[in-house]
Design a binder for this molecule. Structure first.
Ligand code: HEC
Length: 209
């Protein structure tokens, strides 16, 4: 056999193999013939997915963690929108009680205060040093007038220079933080008339020295 024949046989063999098996990564309308079974299609658990146990049960994500490819129900709690519309919900879609507000206060301290300040006025080191020179003052009238759903949208998806917090703050904590942002705002916007009559009496007659 001369070298010319060898090359022809080699090229033909290559063409036949590629013709049957295809090139790795090529798109086919039906599965390509696999000479050796392809490990891509083996039965295995992918990271960040729900793992099925042999008896069919699914291992739930560890509490307090946010699964990477989570599928969320499109309700007000997850979207901040009135279901089926593109309008923001007016109020937090959870029962707002002292526990939720205190949770929000703690989480606000962790996730928001370094930029917006513990009091929400945005006078932080981040602004003073120019790292974030246009941090919003959460007491601004425009922001105080936003619906709870819109603030949820800002925290969830970010806005302009502020980044999304959906991957680091679980949904219920995002609502809790909004509850606390509202208490910060009310602490400056409120008047004596907002205090229940009974409490007002007590406060007015408390010595403040
Ligand atoms: C890394 C800094 C940073 C962090 C952390 C941060 N923000 Fe912001 N936030 C900003 C900046 C900067 C803006 C102004 C965005 C703009 O208009 O460019 C802003 C704007 C806002 C606004 C107003 C949006 C508007 O339409 O004007 C709200 C409300 C808000 N932030 C709430 C929060 C809450 C609640 C948290 C905590 C979960 C938070 N932010 C965490 C930097 C931050």
């Amino acid at each position: 056999m001369n070298s010319r024949t060898v090359i022809i046989i080699f090229v033909l063999a290559l063409a036949i193999i590629i013709g049957i098996a295809g090139i790795r990564g090529m798109k086919f309308s039906s599965p390509p013939l696999e000479i050796f079974s392809d490990m891509v299609r083996q039965n295995k658990s992918h990271p960040q997915t729900l793992i099925s146990l042999p008896d069919g049960r699914k291992l739930a994500p560890v509490s307090g963690t946010i699964p990477f490819n989570r599928v969320e129900e499109k309700d007000s709690f997850n979207t901040g929108l009135i279901t089926g519309t593109t309008n923001y919900v007016e109020l937090i879609p959870l029962a707002v009680d002292k526990k939720l507000i205190l949770r929000g206060k703690e989480r606000y301290g962790v996730f928001c205060s370094h930029c917006h300040g513990l009091s929400g006025d945005g006078n932080t080191v981040a602004r003073k040093t120019g790292t974030m020179s246009i941090v919003a003052n959460l007491h601004e009238k425009r922001i105080a007038k936003m619906t709870d759903g819109e603030i949820f949208n800002v925290v969830t998806h970010g806005r302009n220079l502020m980044s999304s917090h959906s991957a680091i703050i679980p949904t219920s904590d995002r609502w809790a933080i909004i509850g606390y942002v509202r208490t910060l705002q009310i602490s400056r916007l409120g008047t004596v008339d907002d205090i229940p009559a009974q409490e007002r009496e007590r406060l007015l007659h408390t010595e403040t020295n």
